[in-house]
Design a binder for this molecule. Structure first.
Ligand code: WT7
Length: 630
């Protein structure tokens, strides 16, 4: 398969992609299996927004991930599954076997009433059946909505509700390090408020006891026994929905980001092959959970479209010790490794003794994703993992972009620590000032927007198109706005400086401050709360919560513990506050709006630069908060 092989070629391809985007993307689309070719490559306007790629085209993405490869690489391994237990059984699934398993499970879905267009929620551990479930939905034209297994019952039920799912696919439980995680019981709790769900399909994976509800719950392992190996792919329109994936926003309610079939497919395939410089036969390991977009695009769809071998790991980087990643790389001869800065920083903090026992000589390319990678972590990754021989691609993108937008091409683009570097062909970034004026030239700081559509762009937010318009397309007219600040340096290289809205990146996970506040406020003794981020050595950003509590509580230590338990219960452990400060009041304007700018400064311990506080309803609350800062 063709890919860019030199910087000159990148420059040429970039130029072509801007001068004639339709011809550029049509050429990328040619290699796929289509039941009917498209009528029109692109129709778009960013005001509605209304964006269509390859309209009139008919296809099924799973034929391109699976059937298309059977002849040439049917016996090649598609998925290597490394279990949580280092001595447990590794599973290797060939393209032929994966094709069969996907068809079989697609038939199970059909037997349980699934049809084209249904929304199916997937809440599973990181096992091959998760990938099989995703692909089986796509096979029959059902829209998958994967929810990260670390989310709690409330986050799960909100997402099931919003997408009006009729089926949930789950497992009895999973394994994460020394802990067993129950999943089915969380589903049961979530479904108490989700009457739309008619069937729950449960994979038997752990030894965790579950209760099965008669008429609703069935075992995957039973259902799979009596189905055919054959399931013709449903023929989909290019713009039919492929999946919904929820992401946090500035309001308390997560947004269901919608991606459609053909554009997403072409974009993840192109970016996968070019960014990572994938070679036939490479073993690719993306450590992200499939519950996030990185797992969708670069653990499942991208690698399978390219015919790669993709590794799926159920465990955690520190079990049985902090050498596990490096152990797995040697064990499976991983060639391309893709992880998050937060993982790199936490492993760096454990010391080099965990790295030394491993050769790591199969590695050729390293990737980073999800948050800015600081120079120190970049250097550590480069020296100790890549042995200064592996180019590092710092890939900038979002759930909404479907795939990588700004990144070096491994070994081709000259890298600079801390910089995502240059836009991929087809991607037209701009920086704007606060009023939306485009900043020209290099050496400028602004807000990062894109001014032209790419095939993987978000089409809508499920059930609420207005929200999509308001969040991404209304703020700066004519542009898609990312919510990130960025610098373009003297060489035209992009450095992402971080979020400019009310969401925070905690260990690479995007969390809405309002969502965390809602969870905290579930505690009966909390009157009000305000959450902001503060710089954190390992997590990138930590969570700082200012809470006003009912005056009767004086046992602050146990109150703080209860708050943490409440957040874990209603949102999940990833949203636990790192610091909780109990305050008497919050800095509010006369119209009642919390001035987060001031709280952010306090949380950062930048007490000398709080700025203007004169417009506050009661400026004295600031002094009280300053005194109690943690
Ligand atoms: C936000 C999107 C990228 C897919 C997984 C996360 C931040 C992402 C980088 C990077 C600096 C980055 C941005 C972005 N981000 N990659 N390489 N350098 N920041 O997807 O959860 O939708 O988060 O992650 O702030 O807007 P997501």
């Amino acid at each position: 398969m063709k890919r860019i092989t030199s910087f000159e070629q990148y420059e040429k391809e970039y130029k072509q992609s801007v001068e004639n985007p339709e011809a550029f993307w049509a050429e990328q689309a040619e290699q796929f299996t289509w039941h009917k070719k498209w009528d029109k490559v692109l129709e778009w306007n960013f005001d509605e927004p209304a964006i269509k790629w390859f309209s009139g085209g008919k296809l099924n993405i799973t034929e391109n991930c699976l059937d298309r490869h059977l002849e040439k690489r049917g016996d090649q391994i598609a998925i290597i599954a490394e279990p949580n237990d280092p001595n447990g059984k590794v599973r290797k699934i060939s393209y032929k076997e994966l094709h069969t398993e996907v068809c079989r499970f697609a038939n199970v879905l059909k037997n349980n009433g699934a049809k084209k267009g249904d929304r199916i929620c997937i809440y599973m551990p990181m096992v091959p059946e998760l990938a099989i479930a995703v692909l089986a939905c796509a096979r029959i034209g059902a829209i998958h909505s994967v929810v990260f297994g670390g989310f709690s019952f409330k986050s799960l039920s909100d997402r099931i509700h919003d997408a009006d799912c009729n089926i949930v696919i789950t497992a009895d439980g999973g394994f994460r390090g020394a802990k067993d995680i129950s999943l089915k019981s969380t589903v049961d709790e979530a479904l108490e408020t989700c009457p739309s769900v008619k069937k729950v399909i449960v994979l038997k994976h752990s030894k965790i006891e579950v209760t099965m509800k008669d008429g609703r719950d069935v075992w995957w392992n039973e259902e799979i026994k009596n189905v055919s190996n054959n399931c013709p792919a449903e023929i989909m329109d290019a713009e039919d929905m492929l999946f919904i994936l929820y992401t946090s926003g500035s309001t308390g309610k997560p947004k269901g980001v919608v991606h459609t079939t053909a554009g997403y497919m072409i974009f993840v395939d192109y970016t996968f092959r070019n960014v990572f410089q994938y070679n036939d036969g490479d073993v690719f390991w993306c450590t992200a959970d499939v519950g996030w977009i990185t797992g969708h695009s670069y653990l499942i769809y991208g690698p399978l479209l390219a015919g790669a071998t993709t590794l799926m790991f159920e465990g955690i980087p520190t079990y049985p010790d902090a050498g596990r990643f490096w152990n797995v790389i040697d064990k499976h001869k991983v060639n391309i490794f893709y992880t998050a800065p937060t993982a790199i920083r936490s492993l760096e903090a454990m010391g080099l003794d965990f790295v030394k026992p491993y050769k790591l000589d199969s590695l050729r390319v390293l990737g980073s994703v999800g948050e800015p990678i600081n120079e120190e972590a970049w250097n550590w990754y480069n020296e100790n993992i890549g042995k200064k021989k592996c180019p590092i691609v710092d890939t900038y993108w979002q759930t909404e972009t479907g795939g990588i937008m700004i990144s070096a091409l491994a070994g081709i683009t000259k890298t600079k620590p801390g910089f995502a570097t240059l836009p991929l062909p087809g991607i037209q970034p701009v920086l704007v000032d606060e009023k939306g004026n485009e900043l020209q030239g290099n050496g400028v700081d602004g807000r990062l927007c894109f001014k032209f559509p790419w095939p993987g762009i978000i089409r809508t937010t499920y059930g609420d198109h207005k929200r999509c318009k308001e969040t991404y397309f209304d703020i700066y007219k004519g542009y898609y706005f990312t919510g990130d600040g960025s610098r373009r340096d003297e060489d035209g290289y992009y450095r992402i400086t971080g979020r400019v809205d009310d969401v925070i990146k905690v260990s690479g996970h995007l969390l809405g401050t309002a969502e965390i506040e809602n969870a905290i406020n579930e505690h009966p003794d909390i009157v009000e709360s305000a959450v902001v981020g503060f710089p954190h050595d390992i997590k990138g950003w930590g969570i700082y919560a200012f809470v006003i509590c009912d005056h009767q509580r004086t046992d602050t230590d146990s109150l703080k513990k209860e708050i943490i338990q409440t957040v874990t219960k209603f949102m999940g452990p990833i949203a636990k506050p790192d610091k909780i400060q109990i305050v008497k009041g919050l800095p509010k304007t006369r119209s009642g709006k919390i001035m987060r700018r001031i709280l952010r400064k306090i949380a950062e311990n930048d007490l000398a630069n709080l700025g203007d506080t004169s417009t506050l309803l009661d400026p004295s609350v600031v002094d009280e908060i300053k005194e109690g800062v943690l």
